[in-house]
Design a protein around this ligand. Structure first.
Ligand code: NCD
Length: 309
């Protein structure tokens, strides 16, 4: 399947077969991601990393993934150091970065920014998070993690807990899990439930959704618990944030009724929604999940840029 030069703006850009192909190549990339094998597959290529919002994992793992395959990275991580601070439009900035690189990775505070960038660039644009919109490459690594840890995604009971309104990772994830036959339960403070648009899309795909307001009621059936932080920076009104801050927390006690082989995932960063005491339990998978960003992004870059192992 040819993904060469494709933009990755939304997880809806892929069908199941294409995602499976990315996950298969990701598995082959693991020894390269660990530095046990060496590949120069993307020698001479340049990745442009544009991060107009804070990031640790996504930016560094794209950079590491490119470097592991022999590509180089140019990057901007602060608007204040670019001509955007002089008033340049995103469209013009993208036209420049397109001329300086072979693939553009963009994180931006506005929903729709990646789509706009893709329209202005003839080089592939990868959405690394657009406001409260979506985060398709996080979803690819989330799927890869479930598949590696559980052996399959089909039929899994996945509980998604947290800020489902503003958390972009869960929007892409809910749709992709449905494509793979998982069953979804959304647990959130009522003001932060999943946007109707995503719910409708999942239902139109034939997905099963349960809604709960307390994790206690649903934890015993879960195979996967995906936790997210409350996205404080997206609240228009700080007093609204104060009303929901600290409303849920996963600790050992909350997992008492869980299956022995339940896995707990989190896109990270975590604030206070998973107690560090959970880290030492066999449930905790979030640090392995963060590592998986490297092989998955290596696979994606290889496929978009047409490299062969
Ligand atoms: C997420 C994001 O930026 O959407 N982080 C990440 O990429 N791993 C999650 C978050 O910020 O809460």
């Amino acid at each position: 399947m040819n993904l060469k030069n494709m933009d990755v703006v939304s997880i809806r850009d892929f069908n199941r077969e294409q995602i499976e192909e990315i996950l298969d190549l990701s598995r082959k990339m693991v020894p390269y991601a660990r530095g046990e094998k060496v590949s120069r597959m993307l020698d001479g290529r340049i990745l442009g990393n544009l991060f107009f919002e804070p990031s640790t994992r996504t930016r560094l793992s794209f950079e590491s993934a490119a470097n592991r395959l022999g590509a180089r990275v140019i990057d901007v991580s602060q608007v204040s150091t670019t001509s955007i601070s002089k008033g340049e439009t995103l469209a013009d900035t993208i036209r420049m970065v397109e001329a300086y690189s072979d693939v553009i990775v963009l994180r931006h505070p506005h929903e729709g920014a990646a789509r706009l960038a893709a329209n202005f660039s003839s080089k592939p644009v990868i959405n690394a998070g657009d406001g409260a919109g979506s985060h398709p490459t996080q979803t690819l690594l989330d799927l890869f993690t479930v598949q590696e840890e559980k052996g399959s995604i089909d039929g899994m009971n996945v509980v998604i807990l947290g800020d489902l309104k503003y958390g972009r990772t869960v929007h892409s994830l809910a749709e992709a899990l449905t494509l793979f036959g998982a069953k979804l339960t959304f647990v959130a403070p009522p003001a932060l439930q999943m946007p109707l648009e995503t719910v409708k899309h999942v239902e139109s795909m034939g997905g099963e959704i349960k809604i709960a307001s307390d994790m206690k009621d649903v934890i015993s059936d879960a195979d996967v618990l995906y936790v997210t932080r409350i996205q404080r920076e997206r609240f228009p009104d700080p007093t609204e944030y104060q009303k929901v801050a600290g409303m849920y927390r996963v600790d050992i006690d909350a997992l008492r009724e869980a299956k022995k082989d339940l896995i707990v995932l989190h896109p990270l960063p975590r604030i206070d929604e998973i107690d560090p005491e959970v880290d030492a339990t066999p449930h905790a998978c979030y640090f392995r999940q963060a590592f998986n960003g490297i092989p998955v992004r290596m696979a994606l870059l290889a496929m978009l840029l047409g490299g062969e192992l």
